[in-house]
Design a protein around this ligand. Structure first.
Ligand SMILES: [Zn+2]
Length: 251
């Protein structure tokens, strides 16, 4: 829904207090899915810009690690102008907020979704002004279906080297941890539960133990065992896989 949230100072203070009392170390906001910063429809673009700026200001207020954004979709329009529109809309939303990072999530790349590889993400960052607040969010499922083999240390290292070369690893602000229900390179955005998809336990163990992800916030977006969203058990499982991966690297 487009209707913006109406949080005030009291809510922000209560949120901060709850965060401090919990074991949660970081929070990231996901921008509304209706947003399409690349839309040719000016009205939709303006709504997207306002919604994004609103999310960034909430992020400013609660000290979020970032607002994660799907950069936009072509919807049958040519790539070049769509990229330019997305860059401009993102830049305007940044201008209209203070310091919260904006993390461009690389997408599965289906049906004209922008941000389908490191070249496109790098170009979007440039089109949005290359500011320090512009960052990257990597989703294991999206990367896998984009065609990046990230299921063993050797391939993963090369992929993250490419991310560093094209986007800059210092821009990486968070990761999304999901198994993939569709094959490598399929461009199908279907998340699977941890260890139950095409990447499998071993593949996710390799992904989770990447040294350049150290200290980054990570979010699970799996369907969950009861299709009600990621479970606590899956979080524990992901932590266990990370330890397994680290052990394998040291062997
Ligand atoms: Zn994601």
């Amino acid at each position: 829904m487009w209707r913006p949230t109406k949080y005030g100072e009291e809510d922000f203070a209560a949120f901060k207090e709850a965060m401090e009392a919990s074991s949660v170390e970081a929070v990231a906001i996901h921008a509304v899915y209706l947003i399409n910063c690349a839309s040719k429809d000016r009205d939709l673009r303006m709504k997207s810009q306002a919604s994004l700026a609103h999310a960034l200001r909430i992020g400013d207020a609660i000290g979020a690690a970032g607002v994660v954004l799907h950069p936009g979709a072509q919807k049958g329009e040519p790539l070049g102008p769509s990229m330019k529109r997305a860059g401009k809309t993102i830049a305007a939303a940044l201008e209209d907020s203070d310091h919260c990072p904006l993390l461009l999530e690389q997408t599965a790349g289906h049906k004209g979704l922008l941000g389908r590889d490191f070249d496109q993400t790098a170009e979007l960052i440039e089109l949005a002004g290359s500011g320090k607040r512009l960052g990257l969010c990597l989703d294991s499922c999206h990367m896998f279906v984009q065609g990046y083999d990230i299921t063993d240390q050797e391939h993963l290292t090369k992929v993250i080297d490419e991310a560093d070369e094209k986007v800059g690893i210092d821009r990486l602000g968070c990761i999304h941890v999901n198994d993939a229900a569709a094959p490598l390179g399929s461009h199908l955005d279907r998340h699977a539960n941890i260890g139950k998809g095409e990447m499998g336990r071993k593949g996710l163990a390799a992904f989770l133990s990447e040294p350049r992800f150290e200290g980054l916030p990570a979010t699970l977006e799996t369907p969950g065992p009861e299709k009600k969203g990621s479970s606590k058990k899956e979080v524990t499982e992901a932590r266990k896989l990370r330890r397994e991966g680290l052990k394998r690297r040291q062997a």
